[in-house]
Design a protein around this ligand. Structure first.
Ligand code: NAP
Length: 507
């Protein structure tokens, strides 16, 4: 597998000249083969200029042609070699099984958007016939449709090198909406990004689309990444990563001459409520399943269960005892990047140093590139008094909050920041309490689930992967599922147009 380290712009590739960097092996911190060149501001200008030029043509491509384009990308990714999986394993520390599954998920996600495009549903075409005879005023003829919002900047996620990176959910949704895409490749998996980026470039060529429909840049300075968001031709941003990164982009976007939407997925601790009857009858199974969800993929999921909420009692004591027992057997796991491992240790050490939180279990010892699972506990009153206890620790760390009674549980829920998911573990005897809590849960999270954990996000039309701030910058949207397309659309109304002047997609 040849990696050139080049930028992909305008259907061609060339080496960036603004510095260079190597990919880092997640497990050792050593350098992997190949050097990647950083984009200059001129490269960025060329990519966005071409994207802007492609926009009017691409957004009016027929639905069949656009769907076929998405399917072509899917086909090319499905046919990537095993060498890609080997490279991605080295770059991310993720397992073969996980990455093979994720590559297929990415392929299926593209196919799902192809079907959505074919259906034309997202255009939401409306035809409100005029009536020139209406009194006292004639009724205008109104036609409505959604159009692509414009070129979209995509910042791939480190924790999903396929499904949320170069050809991931944001890119697929933007392309489906009729928007050209400029991707800023994540520095944690540049080799993976190049291979996938070349698949999209090839699909653009084979489908006869304008070359500006897709570009991918590596950057060595934050200045270039920020200039992408500030560029006047970019009309929306898709981002998954840290709260500080998301906030930085929101600020840049808001200060532009023409502010634009930033769809940033940032931090969420995904509370898990274990209701009294579930604790009483099933504490053991729930505790084991909780540790399984917590430690899966070294806990590097935006939906990782970082908070357990339950009412004091024998059931909670037994649950905690079992969870501690299982956590202590957990082997350490390689994290995505040395920086993410460092950030994890920093978060764990901050909570360890908090006199109101107690470390109650930890997994087997780790090295500096690995995640050691850890469990803390605190009282609800202490949790509510210290906002820092809600900080995301990206990895296998969780905090159990002991609530004195139902009203304290409700007070904690009212105190929570916005979340991607809230899971409720309940049995028949818990129905009345669950019903009482539901209105509060709905306003706090984008997805509510029963007797499960938020990890494992189904890619399907009814999925919501989003939630109130700070889980995302805009809780009115989702980044997974067909509804993700609406982030990159804008409604336009055509009043009193002769039919032969109207765009073909509206007829
Ligand atoms: P990140 O540091 O926010 O980076 C994400 C992408 O944005 C990268 O391409 C990065 O560039 C760029 N970026 C970030 N801040 C920027 C800024 N101020 N200016 C310009 N570009 C900026 O996220 P990460 O490296 O994936 O992980 C770091 C932390 O983010 C984790 O420890 C975790 O806490 C959180 N995270 C959360 C989720 C989630 O789904 N909730 C997922 C992944 C990570 P470079 O490539 O040059 O660094």
């Amino acid at each position: 597998m040849l990696l050139t380290g080049e930028l992909l712009i305008g259907g061609k590739s060339h080496m960036g000249t603004a510095g260079s960097f190597e990919a880092i092996e997640a497990a050792t911190g050593g350098k992997l083969k190949g050097s990647f060149g950083g984009a200059t501001l001129d490269d960025l200008d060329e990519a966005t200029k071409l994207a802007w030029a492609a926009f009017p043509i691409y957004r009016e491509t027929g639905l069949e042609q656009r769907a076929a384009f998405l399917e072509k990308i899917a086909e090319l990714i499905a046919n990537t070699s095993d060498e890609l999986i080997v490279r991605t394993m080295a770059e991310t520390g993720l397992s073969r099984l996980r990455l093979e599954g994720e590559r297929m998920r990415t392929v299926n996600q593209l196919k799902m958007f192809a079907e959505e495009v074919r259906s034309g549903r997202f255009l939401d075409r409306r035809d409100d016939k005029g009536d020139p005879t209406r009194v006292p005023l004639p009724k205008p003829d109104l036609k409505f449709r959604n159009i692509g919002i414009g070129p979209v900047a995509v910042f791939g996620a480190s924790n999903f090198p396929f499904a949320f990176s170069v050809a991931g959910g944001d890119t697929a949704a933007a392309l489906a909406a009729g928007c050209p895409v400029v991707v800023k490749a994540h520095s944690a998996h540049p080799g993976t990004s190049e291979v996938i980026g070349r698949c999209i470039q090839q699909a653009v060529r084979e489908c006869g689309l304008p070359v500006g429909v897709f570009a991918m840049l590596h950057t060595t300075t934050r200045e270039v990444a920020q200039a992408l968001v500030a560029d006047a031709r970019i009309r929306a941003v898709g981002f998954t990563g840290s709260r500080s990164g998301g906030l930085a982009f929101m600020e840049i976007a808001a200060k532009r001459k023409q502010p634009i939407p930033v769809y940033a997925e940032m931090s969420s601790i995904n509370p898990v409520l274990v209701l009294p009857e579930a604790l009483r009858s099933d504490w053991e199974a729930i505790a084991s399943a909780f540790v399984g969800a917590l430690t899966m993929g070294a806990g590097q999921f935006c939906t990782n269960p970082g908070l357990i909420l339950a009412i004091e009692g024998k059931g909670l004591d037994a649950f905690i005892e079992k969870a501690c027992e299982v956590i202590s057997t957990q082997a350490p796991q390689t994290m995505l990047t040395p920086d993410i491992a460092k950030a994890y240790r920093k978060g764990v050490s901050a909570l360890s140093g908090n006199s109101k939180a107690k470390k109650i279990a930890e997994g087997q010892k780790s090295n500096e590139f690995q995640c050691q699972a850890v469990l803390f506990e605190t009282r609800a009153s202490d949790f509510m008094a210290d906002h820092a206890m809600q900080d995301e620790m990206f990895g296998s760390a969780s905090l159990v909050v002991r609530c004195k009674d139902k009203s304290e549980l409700i007070a904690v829920l009212e105190h929570l920041e916005g979340q991607l998911t809230i899971a409720v573990h309940m049995r028949d005897g818990d129905n009345a309490l669950a019903k009482e809590l539901l209105p509060l849960l709905e306003v706090t999270a984008g997805r509510l689930l029963v007797n499960g954990f938020g990890t494992g996000v189904e890619v399907s039309p009814a999925m919501v992967h989003g939630g109130p701030f700070p889980s995302t910058s805009d809780g009115r949207s989702t980044s997974v599922g067909t509804a993700a397309i609406y982030r990159f659309l804008r409604p336009v109304c055509y009043q009193n147009f002769a039919s032969d002047v109207l765009p073909a997609l509206l007829k």
